[in-house]
Design a protein around this ligand. Structure first.
Ligand SMILES: Nc1nc2c(ncn2[C@@H]2O[C@H](COP(=O)(O)OP(=O)(O)OP(=O)(O)O)[C@@H](O)[C@H]2O)c(=O)[nH]1
Ligand SMILES: [Mg+2]
Length: 212
């Protein structure tokens, strides 16, 4: 019997084993600090508190790899995690958190927008949305940016454990309908960092983008 609160027990034997090798590489606070733009990487994006860092920890089977917090605004830099040479997972600061001072938010916004626009190594965007508040205006802006540069995107509807199965399934159906109309090609799934639901599906998308 696996223990849902222990990410490592969820991973055992699953497709996620290769991500267990992920190690913190570096934090980036300016465009000039980015690693050479020569490999492949996947970025975790979404509103503050959506569960980006928690998802990264679950997918790598390492509880403390990316810092998580009940307080939105925890991740304040672009954090690079090396899976193997030339292959990174990137934890981005969240958007939409009003209590971070405006000059800092502005700095992140400019940095993250430029990273998403110009980074050639970026092969896919994992966009996390709380299943109870999907597709906010800022999520739409991000997906517009992906469409503009033909960057693949996949939505994780996080915290699926907060809803009944039926309500979560309904939220997914509704989101897929909207995506089909407004953002063709963008896919979506349910995810829970608490129960481990959706790990295999998310990992297979990472595998595809990172060419494993
Ligand atoms: N119930 C439940 N809680 C979750 C889940 N994922 C994350 N959380 C909680 O949500 C809070 C925020 O999680 P983080 O992973 O730090 O969120 P983040 O998107 O990285 O936040 P920022 O770094 O501030 O942008 C934490 O208290 C997590 O424990 C989930 O799937 N289910
Ligand atoms: Mg975070």
């Amino acid at each position: 019997m696996r223990n849902p609160s222990d990410p490592s027990s969820i991973q055992s034997g699953s497709a996620a084993h290769r991500y267990r090798a992920a190690r913190f590489s570096n934090s980036v606070n300016a465009f000039s600090q980015l690693p050479p733009d020569t490999g492949r990487e996947v970025a975790f994006a979404g509103r503050s508190n959506a569960g980006k860092s928690s998802a990264l920890n679950l997918l790598t089977g390492q509880r403390g790899l990316a810092r998580t917090s009940k307080t939105p605004g925890r991740t304040q830099l672009l954090n690079f995690f090396l899976v193997e040479p030339q292959r990174f997972l990137v934890d981005l600061p969240g958007y939409g958190y009003a209590r971070v001072p405006e000059p800092i938010r502005q700095h992140w916004r400019v940095l993250v927008e430029r990273y998403l626009r110009e980074r050639a190594s970026l092969r896919g965007l994992l966009l996390l949305m709380d299943v109870r508040h999907p597709l906010t205006e800022l999520d739409r802006q991000l997906l517009d940016g992906c469409a503009a540069r033909r960057l693949a995107a996949h939505v994780l509807l996080t915290k699926a454990d907060k809803l009944s199965r039926a309500r979560a399934a309904l939220a997914l159906r509704q989101l897929r309908g909207t995506l089909g109309t407004d953002f063709p090609g963008v896919t979506a799934q349910l995810f829970s960092a608490l129960s481990g639901a959706g790990v295999a599906e998310a990992c297979s998308r990472l595998d595809q983008w990172l060419d494993f």
